[in-house]
Design a protein around this ligand. Structure first.
Ligand SMILES: [Zn+2]
Ligand SMILES: [Zn+2]
Ligand SMILES: [Zn+2]
Ligand SMILES: [Zn+2]
Length: 552
């Protein structure tokens, strides 16, 4: 049993962990899993975007760095061009000072791309995202088209307000959907169409306020209707109004409490513990993983192999304590690497570099340290000396501390998943941004009609105020058209509060051991459902065999 250097709580490491650390020749971590994850998340500002101008070509642009950051921020096209040489800021390593301090100085002397996007078309308000077309506010999401306000979602079109939604079309305000069409206000749906305000459906269509159904059509609150009855009842529910939706949701939540839930959302996950693990094998304490193998304490893996402590490493192998590593190999303590980066440590924004250490915005360079070029022999000697130095300073083996993140804590997803106050962040050495983008008190309209049919087209010219955080927000015409067509009441909350509300529907990424609640079954499992949660939690066998599921 060890004690976390940050939060002082006890944590354990097992033999498999030590074998991995030994293989990478890194010391065992001195911080618990959750504190390590906070450090990684504090290096992921996905959604806090500012208007800025490129410090190279002067073009106006969107940037995920605050104007207060004092970094040398350039537009993505300047950053991707061959026009600047990252080695210009190269410097010698000073053995009388800590590594992180020197890295911080290098980071402030080297051009940095304003956003982390590639192959994007008409989607400049997107970040940590590739291959999006005609999208707006799409983050940590790839291959989407005509989609607004999406996060952690891939392969969608014509959708709005979605989180963790994949291969869908025309979905709105949904979380954790796969292969769905025209669904609204729902969570955990698979291959379902035209479903509204429902939970845990597979192969269903035209269901409203339903929970745990399979292969059903024309159900309301888990009751079977004929098509005609269904249409009539739907009309009466007035789902185009906030009042109608709130009334239905109250009934759906009551129904949800009575239905058994499977202990995890894992599918085809052999010898895995965690949640939302799909088609994977031997993943331990992992969340949101697809097609992964041998990953531990990791989040957001996709075709990832042999990884520990990662937050996003699509197509990568042998990765440790790193954030957003794309199709790269043997990466340790890195943030943001584009395809083909190999054997790189303690670097930020790597683009296909190999055998490098402590670099920023490196391209296809090899044998660089602090952006300075060395020969292979010099590199290997110097790297060994720096690692020894960092072992003495206590730096080696841990990811960049909060203090050295290019972002303030409340700009990053750390604030979404591990919210802290300004004082708590300061105590951890992190920074706080007092002026997050946005305005207050500038609203031109205070009463949003309850019914979408009563909303005038001129609403796109108005400034609205969020009913939760009071931040001003606007409705863009693309969005209004979507709400009108789908008969959805106009949102009264700002996009950020809507995003947070969707995240809050998901269980936290923390496991506890519990026993199946289907007495007398004695099966035990690792689940994200805490004991305080009202849901009835079953093991997989009981969940699949129970006749109770899907009946009222
Ligand atoms: Zn801790
Ligand atoms: Zn530029
Ligand atoms: Zn708000
Ligand atoms: Zn059971």
């Amino acid at each position: 049993m060890q004690t976390c250097l940050t939060c002082r709580s006890p944590f354990t490491t097992n033999a498999a962990d030590h074998a991995f650390y030994a293989r990478l020749e890194v010391p065992a971590p001195q911080h618990c899993v959750l504190c390590r994850r906070v450090q990684l998340m504090a290096w992921r500002n996905e959604r806090t975007l500012y208007g800025a101008s490129c410090q190279k070509c002067n073009r106006t642009m969107v940037s995920c760095f605050s104007p207060n950051s004092q970094l040398h921020i350039i537009c993505p096209s300047c950053w991707w061009s061959d026009d600047f040489d990252p080695l210009l800021s190269g410097r010698d390593f000073d053995f009388s000072r800590p590594f992180f301090e020197q890295f911080w100085e290098l980071m402030h002397a080297t051009p940095i791309g304003a956003l982390f996007i590639a192959s994007s078309e008409n989607s400049e308000y997107s970040n940590f995202a590739v291959n999006n077309k005609d999208c707006y506010m799409v983050t940590a999401s790839d291959n989407n088209q005509d989609t607004l306000y999406a996060d952690n979602s891939n392969g969608n079109s014509d959708s709005c307000d979605i989180s963790f939604v994949h291969k869908g079309e025309l979905n709105y305000d949904c979380v954790d959907l796969v292969g769905c069409y025209s669904c609204i206000g729902s969570q955990n749906l698979k291959n379902s169409n035209f479903c509204r305000y429902s939970r845990d459906l597979i192969n269903c269509s035209d269901c409203i306020g339903c929970v745990g159904l399979r292969n059903k059509q024309y159900c309301i609150l888990n009751r079977q209707f004929t098509k005609e009855q269904f249409e009539k009842a739907k009309e009466k529910m007035e789902l185009q109004t906030h009042t109608g939706v709130a009334r239905l949701m109250a009934h759906m939540y009551a129904l949800e409490k009575k239905q058994p839930h499977k202990f995890s959302q894992n599918i085809n996950a052999e010898s895995c513990t965690g949640n939302y693990i799909v088609n994977s094998k031997d993943c331990r304490e992992c969340f949101d993983m697809e097609n992964c193998q041998d990953c531990t304490y990791s989040i957001f893996g996709d075709r990832t192999k042999d990884a520990y402590d990662i937050y996003g490493a699509p197509g990568s192998e042998l990765v440790y304590q790193s954030v957003a590593i794309v199709e790269s190999y043997n990466m340790q303590f890195d943030c943001l690497a584009w395809p083909g980066s190999n054997d790189v440590s303690y670097s930020f924004l790597t683009r296909g570099a190999k055998n490098s250490f402590g670099c920023v915005s490196l391209k296809k360079n090899t044998y660089c340290i602090l952006n300075k070029q060395y020969s292979k022999e010099e590199y290997e000697k110097l790297r060994t000396r720096i690692v020894e130095h960092m072992e003495r300073t206590g730096e080696y083996g841990q990811f960049f501390p909060l203090k050295y993140s290019p972002w303030s804590y409340n700009e990053t997803i750390a604030q979404d998943y591990a919210p802290k106050t300004k004082e708590q962040v300061a105590a951890l050495g992190g920074r706080w941004e007092d002026n997050l983008p946005g305005t207050f008190g500038k609203q031109t309209l205070s009463n949003i009609p309850d019914n979408i049919t009563e909303v005038a087209a001129s609403i796109t010219k108005e400034i609205l105020a969020c009913t939760e955080c009071e931040r001003n927000f606007k409705v863009i015409s693309q969005e209004l058209k979507f709400y009108k067509q789908q008969g959805i009441p106009l949102p009264i909350k700002c996009p950020t509060c809507r995003y947070r509300a969707r995240l809050a529907q998901r269980n936290q990424r923390q496991l506890i051991e519990r026993q199946c609640m289907n007495e007398p079954c004695q099966n035990r499992f690792q689940t994200t459902y805490t004991k305080e949660r009202p849901q009835i939690i079953y093991c997989e066998t009981c969940y699949l065999s129970t006749g109770a599921r899907g009946q009222n």
